[in-house]
Design a protein around this ligand. Structure first.
Ligand SMILES: O=C1O[C@H](COP(=O)(O)O)[C@@H](O)[C@H](O)[C@H]1O
Length: 230
């Protein structure tokens, strides 16, 4: 099944709408269940969104933030998703440090995957999983040609070796665990993603195309990414 393709005029409009939607979803989850479990994307695409969430002072002690993936690099390395998120959003938020759950990828892929799997034990469905997509259709650190953990009995967290995008050692939530999300929202901008989006639209199986929310799957795009005439 295809996601809902939600195409905004440009990246600024996308950030504005998505930040508002995320805050609304947090309010709804907190009203219904008292907490909001959010999975966050790494990479460069969501940076503007995280800065907009910082400007809105989004997040408090009822928010629990998890990571879709992490790169196996020292904990303070600038290319880490956790370092990007702390600088862009968390430092300005009221989400307490104990509710921010970076993957301890500095411990190596295998150990970090095992530890993160333990942290996730007893955590129910995520409310929102926010994911990016690479130019090859990868999402989180689930890459074409690798195992994506999409079988229902897959481990929640995968150690990823020999990733085609540096660094080669990574840790990723599995597709099966990401599919235990009420809503899966992809955020995809720029013409560099158009080719992979066209494959996805044409029904090709990609890592991004196997991740599905239980209630909805939305691909938030800017017009530059949307392969409308191809
Ligand atoms: O390596 C990664 O790539 C994807 C896409 O990144 P982007 O820079 O093209 O936005 C990202 O979603 C993932 O979290 C990251 O580790």
């Amino acid at each position: 099944m295809q996601p809902e393709w939600r195409v905004l005029a440009d990246a600024d409009a996308l950030v504005e709408r998505l930040a508002a939607a995320l805050c609304a979803e947090a309010e709804a989850a907190i009203a219904a269940r008292g907490v909001f479990h959010l999975v966050l994307a790494g990479g460069t695409t969501p940076l503007a969104l995280y800065r907009a969430l910082a400007d809105r002072r989004a997040g408090d002690a009822r928010w629990h933030v998890w990571y879709g993936d992490e790169r196996c690099l020292p904990a303070d390395y600038p290319e880490r998703n956790s370092v990007m998120l702390e600088a862009a959003w968390f430092a300005a938020s009221s989400i307490p440090p104990e509710n921010r759950r970076p993957i301890p990828a500095e411990r190596g892929a295998r150990e970090a995957a095992a530890v993160y799997g333990e942290w996730l034990e007893g955590v129910g469905d995520f409310d929102v999983a926010l994911l990016g997509m690479g130019e090859d259709g990868h999402t989180a650190s689930l890459f074409p040609g690798h195992g994506w953990g999409d079988a229902p009995d897959s481990a929640d967290v995968l150690a990823v070796h020999a990733a085609p995008k540096p660094p080669p050692e990574r840790v990723s939530l599995s597709a099966a665990r990401l599919n235990r999300s009420r809503r899966v929202w992809f955020v995809i901008t720029g013409s560099g993603k158009r080719k992979a989006l066209l494959c996805w639209k044409n029904g090709e199986t990609l890592p991004a195309s196997v991740v599905r929310g239980k209630l909805e799957t939305v691909a938030w795009l800017d017009a530059a990414a949307w392969p409308v005439n191809e």
